[in-house]
Structure formats: C-alpha cells, structure tokens
Design a protein around this ligand. Structure first.
Ligand SMILES: [Zn+2]
Length: 230
C-alpha cells in the first residue's frame, strides 16, 4: 500500500510548519542480542556536532542548544529527520522483501512528550508498589531524561512488527544482522547499560551513517565507545 507522507521543518523550541514534499513512502506501514565482550574505555565520549550523523545524545550529553530538525512525517503520524529517510525506506523495503512485518512505532519526540513518558513511567512504577525514590531511579534507567533522548534528535527509531500479537524476535534478529547496511545501529545493546545508561532495547535503532554503522555493529560496540576511539 502506498502511503502519502508530508514533510515539515521544525525547530526544537518553536515548531514552524513548511512544505517539503520530497519525502514519500510507506515506512509507517510497515533475537539478535548483540552482546559479548565489550572493550571498555576510560575516556568519556563527547558531542561531536561537526557531523550530524554522529551527534551523541545521552545522559551526559543533552541535545545541543537550539538544535533544528527538518522532519518527514510518516503516514502513521511518526516523524524522522528527513536526511535519514531514504536509507530507512530502503531498509524497510529489504525487510519486507524478506517477509517481515515492520513498522516505525516511535520516531521523533518533542521535549514535552519525553517528559510525559518519564512521568508516566514513574507513575506506573509507583503503582506497582515502589517508593517514589525507587520509582524515579528505575524510571531513569528505562526512560531517557527529557533533553537527553535520541528520539528528540530525530535520528532514532523504534522498529517493531505491525501487530502487537506478532513475535518481534525474527524482526529484531534481522535488524541486528542487516541494519548497519543502511546506516543504522542497535543503540542500546545487551549488557552495555553501564556505558549507554539505558537498558537493552532490541527495537531502538539510531542512524549514524553506513561507515560508522558498519564499524560499530561489526565490532559490537556502542556509539559512546566508537566516538572515544575517534
Ligand atoms: Zn527508542
């Protein structure tokens, strides 16, 4: 099914609509745990804003001030930085031709949406009987603090099967094996929480460009480790 997509320009602080009709596709319709031995680095990775593909956003590196994003809005309402769109579409086409059910279930997120996610997670954890202090601590391991989420960058996507009833692991395995060919990396690998600050997320992929993606995924390292090696 061909879906219509519209694009728009958006600044982080103030949304400005504009017309960008160059994005068109059907992305929205749409267990590869990478673990093992990780070489730890003592150095701290820092933001490298010279190359947009390698901008680091994590708990120690918030979104650059005034960061501007030109978005493509997908037919299901999700959005991504339009620069990653062609490779994302190509990856989705390849996954579908391999018989997989695939959809972007989360793309760009505003600061306010990220705050809501954090608040919801804390509420949920408290509802399950955790103290406020424990709920806040655990939520911070599961949800990035507002201003420190890659989803606010527009370069990250959560990718899942179209239906919640489907086993996601064939897709997660396919992504772990193939995403680097399209410039995407598994951003929060298994057993790397001490580096990334985020639990294992087999659905969360980050665009870094094909060269960096190939090195990161073939070595089984994190973006933080890759940047400290540069
Ligand atoms: Zn995500």
């Amino acid at each position: 099914m061909k879906k219509m997509v519209k694009g728009f320009l958006l600044a982080v602080s103030a949304a400005v609509m504009c017309v960008c009709a160059s994005c068109s596709a059907d992305i929205a319709e749409t267990g590869g745990a990478v673990g093992g031995t990780i070489s730890r680095s003592e150095k701290t990775a820092v933001n490298n804003t010279d190359n947009w593909e390698l901008i680091l956003v994590n708990k120690d590196n918030p979104l650059p001030e005034g960061y501007e994003i030109e978005l493509c809005e997908l037919s299901n309402g999700r959005s991504v930085d339009r620069r990653i769109y062609p490779d994302l579409q190509e990856m989705f086409d390849a996954a579908r031709s391999d018989g997989l059910s695939i959809e972007v279930t989360e793309g760009y997120r505003t600061r306010e949406q990220q705050q809501e996610m954090m608040d919801d997670k804390i509420r949920e954890l408290r509802w399950h009987g955790n103290s406020k202090k424990k709920a806040v601590k655990r939520a911070a391991e599961l949800v990035a603090q507002p201003g420190t989420s890659e989803h606010e960058l527009g370069l990250a996507v959560d990718i899942n099967p179209v239906s919640d009833d489907e086993d996601p692991w064939p897709l997660y395995t396919w992504l772990a094996d193939n995403a680097a060919d399209y410039g995407f990396i598994l951003r929060y690998p298994l057993d790397c929480q001490d580096i990334t600050g985020i639990d294992y997320e087999p659905w969360h992929y980050r665009y870094v460009g094909k060269e960096a993606a190939d090195e990161i995924m073939s070595k089984g390292i994190t973006l933080e480790e890759y940047l400290t090696q540069k």
